[in-house]
Write a protein that binds this ligand. Sequence first.
Ligand code: CP
Ligand code: NVA
Length: 313
Amino acid sequence: MPASHSNPPLRHFLQFKDFSPEVIAHLFERSRVIKDRFKRFERYMPLQDRTLVMIFEKQSTRTRLSFEAGMHQLGGAAIYLNTRDTQLGRGEPVEDAAQIISRMCDCVMIRTFEQTIIDRFAEYSRVPVINGLTNEYHPCQILADIFTFIEHRGDIRGKTVAWIGDSNNVCNTWLQAAELLDFQVRVSTPPGYEVEPERAGLHSSSHFQAFADPMEAAKGADLVTTDVWTSMGFESENEARRRDFADWCVDAEMMGQAKPNALFMHCLPAHRGEEVSGEVIDGPQSVVWDEAENRLHAQKALLEYLLLGLVKD
Ligand code: CP
Ligand code: NVA
């Protein structure tokens, strides 16, 4: 029987809400097991002879490295494609590329611009497609971030996250996760940069509150998090954004509004002195390095799930 006959049904991870709370809980548990084995230098290579193709239309350090190293550690291989060097960069239709690429590999990760690009790719793909960041969402980041929260503070259900700054791809994904896993997100953006619930893919406003004042948003939070003022693809707005976001810097005073044991997270790369002060990101409440490392472990759990299903060992 061809190996593909025993594969789990085709699933994609294009947005956080593509998975049920049960599957997300499974991924957190598997991230823990896989991380633990890795730390003990135990080999775990269930993806031998499997290939991940990674398509990047934007720059990356963490996403590329964590997927490439993760696939290698699981016994498989990863191939890096930059759209500029492929026929996609010369206008080959996404639908055609999806059919061809997915006949030659077992999984595809894409970092691109509009979500519709990855949606179209997935529709024509024979293998699982993972969103490695789009303008709208960054689901792998939030898998790693919530796993990091759990490691430090336990279950996130019922907790409060304060998002300070741009209502971007990372913010939208926090909001989807809050609906799915039942925690609250308090968002403060400058005027004109507010959350667009439809673009964020929200069902309701039950897990989300907007605040004009970032100090208010930070009040009583278990976790304070932020991201760059200007995301990739929006560089032409850089100057205006620097002006508009000047009061949305997470500094020690803002952290002081949160619970005394609140954590600070940032998906990185960060700009010290813009969205976060050096004192906060390099301070005792910051868990940004764990967060970055956990991209590796969480994505290995994700690859295992997409290629092998609900592994229990
Ligand atoms: N946080 C994140 O996705 O980082 P990279 O852009 O370096 O991949
Ligand atoms: N919001 C940022 C995240 C980078 C990892 C961006 O899209 O550029």
